[in-house]
Design a protein around this ligand. Structure first.
Ligand code: AMP
Length: 373
């Protein structure tokens, strides 16, 4: 499908063409028809780099071209966790919005007093589109009398990161000022329970789409070691011994079988490595405790089955070790995707035994990449 076939407005198409975008990316193919043709709320699971920003900006601009909105009021609010992301969204907004008559204002902290003035004026005068970090929007909202009654579109980008950063209350304070009649759209890389909870609180029967993760980010340095099964544990112990204390904190070791998870965690502890096991035999309460300790840096190493490979939200993991090779390439991508989140760099080491070999070859084919030995 082309952007035009998907229904993007002519003035927006002109900008897309000039920006050199030839065809929609997968997330855009999935999200555009929903946002252009239906008024439903939407949760989209998609990572940075997939083209997700355009997936919400293009429909927003197109909808604003054709819908009934009050040009003197705020019409759309886009919230993003960091000022860097807000700036990126703002830049894309300027590009895609070059030929449309809408004004936008970016609102984030950490800049000079002049910017505060521009931001508050933009809010009070009713810029069509506001792109904001939660903290700054809330500060301005608490000082000035801002009219939110025209807001029809409310978009949360990287919602999981916003909650990780503790913005739940700020987001809710903004939501409470918005009209009930609105479209709420949430983009998130993961879907932990706190995101579900927030979705329930602020959305109305949302449609849900997931964009398959097929490639790990380039910021992960992927490595592999050829090794016999019997040497794997000693390799890990050695790895921890030989590194200084510095870097090897918050490491996850993935193991396919839970029996092996328990065994390995015990062996590591016997070797004075601060490791905890995480697997499905634990009660929910125990799991929460382990994850909390790990997140807070009270535990250095998490030895885990694939229950941790999807949807955990711990940001600064420097290293993922695969004790064995996952049978499924998607699992591999999910496992190593635990590192190098946000702007961090990370590493992933996969231990490949002769039995693991054919599964590892499959992963390399899937990634179209030979992984460094
Ligand atoms: P994002 O996931 O929104 O951070 O987008 C990643 C990058 O892909 C950005 O630099 C976009 O400008 C670019 N991009 C988005 N959509 C397309 C497209 N259809 N064709 C080419 N590049 C795109």
């Amino acid at each position: 499908m082309t952007f035009s076939e998907l229904g993007v407005g002519a003035k927006v198409l002109q900008a897309i063409t000039e920006l050199g975008f030839e065809r929609p990316m997968p997330v855009q193919e999935v999200v555009l028809p929903i946002l252009l043709n239906e008024e439903t709320d939407l949760i989209a699971l998609a990572q940075t780099g997939t083209g997700k920003t355009a997936a919400f900006i293009l429909p927003l601009l197109t909808n604003l071209l054709y819908d009934n909105h009050d040009p003197n009021k705020l019409n759309a609010i886009i919230m993003a966790p960091t000022r860097e992301l807000a700036q990126q969204i703002d830049q894309q907004m300027e590009g895609f919005g070059f030929y449309v008559p809408f004004s936008s204002v970016a609102i984030y902290g950490g800049n000079d007093g002049g910017a505060w003035g521009t931001q508050s004026t933009g809010l009070q005068k009713g810029a069509d589109i506001v792109i904001a970090t939660p903290g700054r929007l809330l500060s301005l909202m608490n000082i000035y009398n801002i009219d939110f009654s025209g807001v029809k579109y409310f978009i949360l980008d990287e919602a999981d990161r916003m909650l990780d950063m503790g913005f739940y209350d700020d987001i809710m304070a903004v939501v409470n000022r918005l009209p009930k009649e609105r479209q709420t759209i949430m983009f998130s890389a993961t879907m932990p329970t706190n995101i579900r909870k927030m979705a329930k609180a602020i959305m109305n029967n949302p449609a849900e789409v997931q964009i398959a993760v097929s490639r790990p980010p380039e910021s992960i340095r992927q490595m592999a070691v050829d090794i016999y099964e019997a040497q794997k544990t000693a390799f890990i112990v050695q790895k921890f011994r030989s590194s200084g204390d510095q870097e090897l904190k918050k490491v996850i070791v993935f193991v396919g079988k839970k029996q092996k998870v328990k065994e390995l965690a015990r062996t590591l502890r016997a070797n004075h490595i601060d490791a905890r096991a995480m697997h499905s035999d634990l009660e929910q309460k125990e799991r929460d405790e382990v994850m909390l300790d790990f997140r807070n840096g009270k535990v250095d190493v998490l030895v885990a089955t694939d229950i941790v490979s999807r949807g955990i939200d711990v940001d600064d993991i420097p290293l993922v070790i695969n004790y064995d090779v996952p049978r499924d390439a998607e699992d591999y991508v999910h496992r190593i995707g635990r590192t190098a989140r946000a702007e961090n760099k990370g590493g992933a080491i996969t231990m490949v035994s002769p039995e693991d070999k054919r599964f590892f070859n499959k992963i390399e084919r899937f990634l179209q990449k030979v992984i460094e030995r």
